[in-house]
Design a protein around this ligand. Structure first.
Ligand SMILES: [Zn+2]
Length: 154
């Protein structure tokens, strides 16, 4: 076997060894826009849909700068956006994962605009000096926790 033939054979072996095309995994995305309930977002787009009362007020979405609506999965990361109206109608930047064929965004981190800066919302207990992501009573002293914005120092 000549050198050239050997090289060709080697290339063919490499091609044959290539892994099969896997089903596409999630796409890591960064999206910007405003955090709204679905009914507010539809109103912003002048879409007058006759939906069942209350059905669109419980779903939180990101209304993108391109006027696209991205619904958010509700979980530990986004729970505050669903439960605390003070965090809505603000400009926000979300990092997350889009799964193929799934319109909902799995948010992995979020920042909302406060005092002209993107900041991380958290709930703080002044007695225990601890903070959590979602509104709740303090897990330590059972006292109230207050919403505060933490500057992002990444
Ligand atoms: Zn506490």
């Amino acid at each position: 076997m000549g050198l050239a033939t050997g090289v060709v054979a080697g290339v063919l072996v490499l091609l044959g060894a290539a892994p099969p095309v896997a089903s596409p995994g999630p796409t890591v995305v960064t999206v910007r826009g405003r955090i709204l309930t679905l009914d507010s977002a539809l109103r912003s787009l002048d879409l007058e849909l006759k939906l069942d009362p209350g059905s669109a007020s419980k779903q939180v979405v990101l209304l993108g700068e391109d006027r696209s609506i991205t619904p958010l999965f509700r979980d530990e990361i986004t729970r505050a956006l669903f439960e605390d109206g003070r965090l809505r109608n603000l400009r926000a930047e979300l990092h997350g994962r889009h799964y193929p064929g799934v319109p909902y965004l799995k948010v992995t981190s979020l920042r909302v605009e406060h005092d002209g800066q993107l900041q991380i919302p958290e709930y703080f207990c002044e007695v225990c000096s601890i903070s959590v992501r979602a509104p709740q009573i303090c897990p330590c002293c059972q006292g109230p926790m207050i919403l505060q914005m933490r500057p992002d120092r990444r």
